[in-house]
Design a protein around this ligand. Structure first.
Ligand SMILES: Cc1cc2nc3c(=O)[nH]c(=O)nc-3n(C[C@H](O)[C@H](O)[C@H](O)COP(=O)(O)OP(=O)(O)OC[C@H]3O[C@@H](n4cnc5c(N)ncnc54)[C@H](O)[C@@H]3O)c2cc1C
Length: 324
């Protein structure tokens, strides 16, 4: 590992000032960044430790909704969060291990890097790690890669469970930076690769995530996260689904369906949402949503299985919601 300078700012403005150095990077729990630095994938000369900024609070907002600080741990599991935003707590609990969840933060989870093997091994070409070098996965193993939103430059999937749940909750990411504060809707926070896969989020240079806000939406309480993976724990999603519905008089008024493990960003399955809206949450409605969830899928030769898996995970997640 290369040597680096460690900054410990005591305020958000001081952190933003430290981040003016283009070679500086935020460190939160370090569960992803330190591994990348150890393996020579990331080589910042300056780390800005944001753990002393009081960003670990959970504040219930007077008008409804909740603001969760960027440094709040992924072990978040308090009874009110569980009751009002079940999909959030279920997604967090499906990730990593208890030890890692204790260290890992909300902000770090959203900004963790892809688990694509070729990204994490510097001996392989990777446009995301080294722009213009090529993509080893396109001619190599792409069995775990994306079926939506890929480009000729990158086919990697986004690994976060939390970010998928946030898509289903219409979350907003609160950011502080050299040009002031910004609010970024979660759907605009992660970027598709296009021909610049190294720019994977909407964060501008020098910006810091300070919190995530969850609005008081009518579909939040009836929400669920289902994750399908190679083994029952300590594994990233092959396919996951975050589902949420608001039903009145037996009819779905609003639906949210977001997918993980299938795209370079958490993937909002808007066709599936539309297919369910105005229908009953019965087997015909659920089948229609599951079928619509795969519209536009463009699998690679070795990951066709994900198309069928999406149908099944969406169907099962909605079924479990129906029973609740
Ligand atoms: C063995 C293992 C299994 C895992 N399994 C899962 C899983 O199943 N599901 C899942 O979702 N995740 C999983 N993870 C990933 C884990 O959740 C992330 O490593 C963790 O959430 C990152 O948070 P952190 O605070 O440690 O971030 P760090 O490692 O400190 O930072 C990660 C990135 O975020 C940036 N960053 C951090 N905080 C901020 C901020 N406030 N503002 C701007 N930039 C910031 C850093 O600069 C860095 O680029 C796993 C990790 C491991 C090691």
């Amino acid at each position: 590992m290369r040597t680096f300078h460690l900054d410990r700012p005591e305020s958000i403005p001081a952190a933003v000032r430290a981040l003016r150095d283009p070679d500086a990077q935020v460190i939160a729990g370090g569960t992803d960044l330190i591994t990348l630095m150890r393996d020579g994938v990331r080589t910042p000369s300056r780390l800005v430790d944001v753990s002393g900024l009081g960003l670990d609070r959970v504040d219930w907002l007077p008008g409804g909704g909740v603001r969760i600080g960027a440094l709040h741990p992924n072990s978040a599991d308090d009874p009110r969060l569980r009751a009002e935003y079940p999909v959030l707590v279920e997604a967090l609990r499906s990730g990593a291990s208890p030890q890692i969840r204790n260290m890992a933060s909300f902000g770090g989870n959203l900004l963790q890097q892809t688990r694509c093997t070729y990204y994490r091994l510097p001996e392989f070409p990777c446009n995301r790690r080294n722009p213009g070098s090529g993509c080893a996965s396109i001619d190599g193993d792409s069995s775990k890669q994306a079926i939506f939103g890929t480009s000729g430059s990158c086919v990697a999937v986004h690994p976060s469970d939390l970010a998928v749940a946030l898509q289903a909750l219409d979350a907003v990411v609160l950011v502080a930076g050299p040009d002031g504060d910004r609010r970024i809707p979660i759907d605009e926070f992660h970027r598709l690769p296009g021909d610049t896969p190294h720019r994977d989020s909407a964060l501008r240079p020098g910006e810091l995530v300070v919190a995530v806000e969850l609005p008081a939406v009518p579909f939040a309480r009836r929400s669920h996260y289902l994750k399908f993976r190679d083994r029952a724990s300590f594994a990233f999603a092959l396919v996951s689904a975050a589902v949420a519905v608001d039903q009145r008089d037996g009819v779905v008024r609003t639906a949210r369906i977001a997918l993980g493990g299938v795209a370079p960003k958490p993937w909002r399955a808007t066709h599936a949402e539309q297919a369910l809206t105005g229908r009953r949450l019965d087997s015909a409605g659920i089948d229609a949503a599951a079928e619509a969830a795969v519209l536009g899928a463009a699998p690679r030769p070795d990951n066709h299985y994900k198309v069928q898996l999406v149908r099944r995970v969406v169907r099962r997640a909605l079924n479990e919601l129906g029973e609740s």
